[in-house]
Design a protein around this ligand. Sequence first.
Ligand code: ADP
Ligand code: ZN
Length: 609
Amino acid sequence: MQTAELESLLKHHFGYDAFRPLQREIIDAVLDGRDALALLPTGGGKSLCYQLPALASNGVTLVISPLIALMKDQVDGLRANGIAATFLNSTLDASEAAACYDGLDRGAYRLLYVSPERAVMPSFLARMSRWNVERIAVDEAHCVSEWGHDFRPEYRRLHDVRERLPGTPVLALTATATTRVREDIERFLRLDDPRRFVGSFNRPNLTYRVFEKRDALKQLLSWCTARPSESGIIYAQSRNSAEELARKLVAAGIPARPYHAGLTAAQRARNQELFIRDEIRVICATVAFGMGINKPNVRYVVHYDVPKSIEGYYQETGRAGRDGLPSECVLFFNGGDAAKQRHFIRQIEDPEEREQADRLLRKMLDFAAEPHCRRASLLRYFGEEPGEGSTCGNCDNCLNPPDEIDATIPARKLLSCIYRIRAHSGFSCGAHHLVDVLLGNATDKVQAWGHDRLSTFGIGTEFGKDDWLALISDLLRRGYIEEGEHRTLQLASEGMAALRDERAIVYTRPRFLKKSAKRTRGSREAVESLSYEDALFERLRVLRKGLADEQGVPPYVIFSDATLRELSGRKPKTLQDFRATSGVGDVKLERYGEAFLAEITAYDAARTA
Ligand code: ADP
Ligand code: ZN
């Protein structure tokens, strides 16, 4: 099919003007009747790769999707664009399922979403042969692999579907890119000489930041209250802390709910639904949350505790900004957290498992302390060369580079002070006491324990208290120091070795200690007044929510935030103008054009009045 033809289908049905990277190539392969494997990051636009071909041909496209909760949303989204789509899964009652089967027998649908369990049922397979199934799309194809994060045994039986429909091409899609998973997909789905498409895993609209975690709760509240009308996900390590954070946010006036495996399935579904429908702003969750959330307007993801691996971090932060608008990823981190995680890992009994966990954590901690471009570091981790220049201009380190200081001497003073205290008293002390000794503060405790008589008393006046605490945090992260009971500090064998070998130590001075720290977008204040454009955006959002509730669909099914942003920026006056907006296809133009134009006009009139 010609490019112009495909582009006009894209605009007519979906309202988009251009393809995202690789969409065009994947669609070409699909239309050519080839088997294909598409690896695109979250938000890369995978669905379109089988939805558009479904509209360019006559039969029905079978979409295997593992997430029952998502199927309805996806079908609602397609129907909002006037596309005949349906789904079959265990949530339908007998008469709904019968109606759906009848429609399929009549050839009434272009897309059928089906769960893998249903797809391999003999009754389904028998009936399916009567439909004109043109191609099969296997979404979340990594579920076929035990190496992936959500193995689903039923996926292994999907080749049965293929065997019933010889010669029908298969498109497998996933955002999980490891080689092992990729090989499993090709093997178990029995792809025939597939074309392979691997997109870049860079997410240019995401800003990556790491905040030194000090008074974490206060930091979190000020982050969220500065963004009162934006959706965000807070990841915490434990169920308890997810619960507590949700309570604290609610008390601070931010509509929030928890999500974790300790809630009943009904509570989880309810909280997720509230989030997707923009009834609450924030979800405070453990890693149990996320699979199958394709809410496109998540504006930030905060990691309240350090994740166990970069894979997890990338996946969780990836849930921000699917709609392509600027979104923020924030990690709260300090050396104490690192020590805590290491402590958990030491309890793992199986040595192989323990080593693996330790390896993954180490990489994550290196990322947290990375002094250079964080995006480049992420991409390299996933085996991708960051491309031109090694700075992205959109992470904390690029926006506001930290200082790197040769701290060999201060670090030696610190390590030997820990050693001397232990040698003198037979016990270890906490960070603040240690800093008092280094600075020569003869506090009551220092005098009572005789630490003012140590050779290291008062030898550390080149640093202030904050720098000493930050250096301690840095050395904890690197494993030179360990935390014992009651957060007392002890020399680890690494620290001993560093002292003995006179190792050079570079300390990355945290950004918050820089006097002239620039204010970046992330630190804007809650009081910042709304611009005209923002105010219009809010009005359009209210209109959208009303329409969505009337139709019983999530707001993003009507229009994405990206579309509302463009509308509030351009303020179209005519239907023709309105159609030029990204995300406005012909069906939505007809259904919603008048209502949104009227709102824009009313807003303009009120402003000029
Ligand atoms: P994925 O499944 O790869 O995570 P989706 O298929 O859910 O991504 O697409 C993410 C978002 O991007 C959706 O809101 C979708 O409508 C939008 N999108 C897809 N393709 C395009 C395009 N060519 N132009 C603009 N937006 C697009
Ligand atoms: Zn960068």
